[in-house]
Design a protein around this ligand. Structure first.
Ligand SMILES: Cc1ncc(COP(=O)(O)O)c(C=O)c1O
Length: 407
């Protein structure tokens, strides 16, 4: 018999003893969730604007997700890719029918999906008679994952440090600066990879001209344009895919996070010839596209697409940004450098070294959970079902924290 921990403090004490210390955690042991609310082991209630780092798109314990899990428990959880399973086909069909893409390749995490994109780009070049092409241009300040290839693809020294020698084949351009991309293009480049909105890099939307310019550069050279929508896909920006705001169609696009409502699943959507590049024996995964994760993704997409969730993210996100300007910028003009975002990924860049004091005070004084990214950007990535009232509560908490800090 396992002797269960009884309090928040007990979980934390044992966590600090037994868990590998590669994360800095807030002193909350998450016990359960309900919509946009979470409860710790002691029964304290918090408003969750971290949302599992953009994973809990439908919030916690959505009834359709609960129902789906119950059904899965009584049917089949795993069967391997030697066989078909209906949820995998349904999810692929839904993604294709609601995008510019033709095929869907599954993975288990964002990093793994991006690994798939990188491999796909290299093989595409070889298939097209360019064995010399292997370099992927990515952007400074980007984030693409923690595996060796994807941490190298990530344009941040802090993510590379300690892991040299890194894999070869990555160059870093300035985000939103087409000229800097052009300067890196040569006969060795096989693809350009970017997030349409940088998430970890401080909630920075790309400009339309930048993404359009990348599309043209890729078309001119027959190299692939690959988007990383691990964080900003799956409805987050108020459209199923973030690039649908821009009218720019990539050759491939990764997604993960909110796709499975908490169960690991990721995908690479592809079109044109890129939709046929990875042939049997070149890429795959034991777990990817399994019936459990795909059934959850099927339900997630069904709710998002057919129950107004994506529209709600667009509407409420816009309201949220409006209130940030009206209240926070007005009350703390010197502390706030810029407010930016799209749908329900929003950030406040501060004229301060770090946003962590605001994060800590929101938690301690208002039971509101937010996070700080890229040093001094407060990031808000709540469930997409969040309402205007809940946004007001967060504005109030941030306002109170900044006032207390004398900002
Ligand atoms: C844009 C982007 N790409 C890739 C990743 C890596 O995803 P995962 O942690 O699922 O490997 C993340 C994670 O935050 C991300 O935001």
């Amino acid at each position: 018999m396992i002797e269960k921990f009884k309090t928040n403090a007990e979980v934390i004490e044992n966590g600090d003893k037994y868990l590998y210390p590669n994360h800095i955690r807030m002193p909350i042991s998450m016990e359960r969730g309900e919509g946009v609310w979470v409860f710790d082991k002691d029964g304290n209630k918090y408003l969750d604007f971290v949302g599992g780092i953009a994973v809990n798109g439908l919030g916690h314990c959505h009834p359709r997700i609960q129902q789906c899990l119950r059904e899965r428990a009584e049917t089949i959880l795993h069967c391997s890719n030697y066989f078909y399973n209906e949820p995998a086909v349904q999810v692929a069909k839904m993604l294709v029918e609601n995008s510019c893409f033709e095929r869907v390749l599954y993975a288990n995490s964002g990093a793994e999906a991006n690994e798939g994109q990188i491999k796909l780009a290299r093989k595409y070049a070889k298939d097209h008679g360019h064995p010399e092409r292997y370099v992927v241009i990515t952007m400074k300040n980007s984030f693409h994952g923690r595996t060796l290839a994807t941490c190298t693809a990530t344009g941040q020294y802090g993510v590379h440090r300690y892991f040299e020698p890194l894999p070869t084949g990555f160059r870093y351009a300035e985000f939103n600066n087409l000229e800097s991309v052009k300067m890196l293009l040569d006969e060795y480049v096989c693809a350009i990879l970017t997030e349409p909105v940088q998430g970890e890099g401080g909630v920075r939307p790309a400009s339309k001209e930048f993404l359009q310019g990348l599309r043209e550069l890729c078309d001119e050279r027959d190299i692939l344009l690959m988007f990383d929508e691990v964080q900003v896909g799956s409805g987050r920006t108020g459209k199923l895919f973030a690039h649908q705001h821009y009218g720019v169609e990539p050759d491939t696009c990764s997604m993960a996070k909110a796709l499975g409502s908490g169960v690991p699943i990721a995908a690479v959507c592809a079109r044109g010839e890129a939709a046929h590049t990875l042939t049997p024996g070149t890429h795959g995964s034991t777990f990817a596209g399994g019936p459990l994760a795909c059934a959850l993704a099927e339900t997630t997409l069904d709710v998002m697409l057919h129950e107004g969730v994506i529209e709600q993210a667009a509407r409420v996100g816009e309201y949220f940004r409006g209130q940030m300007h009206a209240v926070l910028e007005k009350n703390h003009p010197d502390a706030i450098k810029e407010i930016r975002g799209l749908g329900q990924i929003n950030g406040i860049e501060l004229n301060k070294e770090s946003g962590q004091p605001v994060v800590d005070l929101c938690y301690k004084d208002s039971s509101v959970l937010i996070n700080n990214t890229n040093g001094n950007v407060l990031r808000f990535i709540p469930p997409l079902i969040t309402t205007e009232e809940e946004c007001d509560m967060v504005i109030e908490a941030v306002d109170k924290a900044m006032t207390k800090l004398g900002w």
